[in-house]
Write a protein that binds this ligand. Structure first.
Ligand code: MRU
Length: 352
């Protein structure tokens, strides 16, 4: 199937529910699931049916609409409706703690709830419209990120990426993989090396799927192999996504990203982050303030339901790490490529 990203929306509002690709099933089967209640949306985000920072942002916005639809059936006063809906919105934000896009999108819905003087029915309609607007904006933003990023991709480059910051991590097109798509449209000689990304294997299961569906040459490697290929001169640049970026440019992304960034620095390979401004959290000064999600130990101790280690071993499973800003050559956003000093360039980007 050509042009995967232009045919499929990872998440989309349809009539009175949210339709999304069930990413837990990839790559074995490609199925859509309809999320029809607020609690179902909370669970879909937590269990990673929907994943990737921008995609869970839109999921959060849809979740608020689902809760609004449910509460609208309860014959509440307008005041009680607003109070309960704001509580549900805050509950949705707790489904995953690291990616700030979730909070950002839910806060957008909360602002509407607080500011609106429409009746309950009118407010539900406004929240729905806003959810759809966020969907469409996401794709437009990613195309801009892709086009800015393509400018720094050398001709014939091999690009290393980690995890999945693609069409399936967003509504469509992708951030890091948006850069790949835009670069490939200009230069079909580029190729991608995709890290497997233990333990959830988003690189193997999702990145390789969407890139090969688009005909972009892709080589799968395991996480420990990146420095081997860098030393051999086989990687020209690294582009990854982000889940939360602090005001100084420190960037949280999938666990293992920091290791890739250190290896890239050692080998003089430029390491870029590609992310929308909604991933930048200017309320935190540095990456030390980013809450890192601790995930189930079973993700590490099991593969496909089978134990792969001693049963009484200790396990720790942080879902993300923070790459210090010193290792980042540029942050590719919809407002252009931000360069160090990031405190300064990030501040300016928000003023544009
Ligand atoms: O745990 P996940 O799969 O939600 O983590 C995803 C990532 O770390 C992505 O790189 C990040 O969200 C950016 S997606 C455009």
């Amino acid at each position: 199937m050509a042009e995967f990203h232009s045919k499929i929306k990872t998440i989309e509002w349809v009539d009175n529910f949210s339709k999304m690709v069930d990413q837990t099933l990839l790559p074995k089967s490609f199925e859509f699931v309809n999320i029809t209640s607020g609690q179902q949306m909370y669970d879909a985000i937590k269990t990673m049916i929907v994943r990737g920072a921008p995609a869970i942002g839109v999921a959060g916005a849809h979740g608020v609409v689902l809760y609004a639809q449910e509460l609208a059936k309860e014959n509440l006063s307008c005041e009680d409706f607003v109070k309960k809906l704001l509580e549900k919105a805050d509950y949705l934000i707790t489904s995953r703690p690291t990616a700030v896009n979730l909070k950002w999108a839910v806060e957008k819905q909360k602002d509407l709830i607080k500011e609106s003087n429409a009746d309950i029915e009118g407010l539900v309609e406004k929240l729905k419209e806003n959810g759809i607007k966020l969907e469409n904006e996401d794709i437009a933003i990613n195309k801009k990120i892709g086009d800015y990023g393509a400018e720094v991709v050398p001709k014939g480059a091999t690009i290393l990426t980690h995890c999945n910051a693609g069409a399936l991590a967003t509504v469509g097109y992708g951030t890091a993989l948006g850069v790949v798509r835009s670069a490939f449209a200009n230069d079909p000689t580029i190729q991608v090396f995709a890290d497997e990304t233990r333990p959830r294997q988003q690189g193997a299961r999702i990145t390789t799927l969407e890139l090969t569906m688009d005909g972009i040459p892709t080589t799968l490697i395991t996480d420990g192999m990146c420095s081997y290929f860098m030393k051999k001169g086989m990687i020209d640049m690294v582009v990854v996504g982000a889940d939360r970026i602090a005001a100084n440019g420190d960037s949280a992304n999938k666990i293992g990203t920091y290791t890739v960034a250190i290896a890239a620095k050692y080998h003089n390979i430029p390491f870029y982050i590609a992310a929308p401004l909604s991933t930048i959290d200017t309320s935190i000064k540095t990456g030390d303030e980013i809450v890192i999600e601790e995930r189930s130990h079973e993700e590490v101790t099991h593969i496909n339901g089978d134990w792969i280690c001693a049963k009484d071993v200790n396990v720790i499973n942080p879902g993300f790490d923070v790459t210090p800003h010193e290792l980042i050559a540029g942050i590719i956003t919809e407002k252009g490529i931000l360069r160090p000093d990031y405190n300064e360039s990030i501040r300016k980007a928000f003023e544009m």
